[in-house]
Ligand binder design. Structure first.
Ligand SMILES: [Zn+2]
Length: 78
């Protein structure tokens, strides 16, 4: 099972692809379900590279930066 499919199963069938298409985070309990804007996530990043890294992750997992950090242990990236 792929990681996105694993997340989808945990989240009751809410697929990362659905979250990305609707520009939001996966629904709870995996994500927070908050809307994301096309320009980003509403969060301040240290650099364009960091922004791109989080957006790439979001397109794969459907998780916003806050949720990515939460699942990763909150130690950030880059
Ligand atoms: Zn989230």
């Amino acid at each position: 099972m792929s990681f996105p499919a694993f997340l989808a199963a945990l989240s009751g069938g809410d697929l990362p692809a659905d979250a990305v298409r609707e520009e939001r985070c996966l629904r709870e309990p995996i994500g927070c379900g908050q809307a994301l804007t096309a320009a980003g996530t509403g969060r301040m990043f240290l650099s364009p590279d960091e922004t791109a890294a989080y957006q790439d992750e979001w397109r794969i997992t459907g998780l916003c930066p806050d949720c990515q950090d939460r699942i990763d242990g909150g130690d950030g990236r880059g």
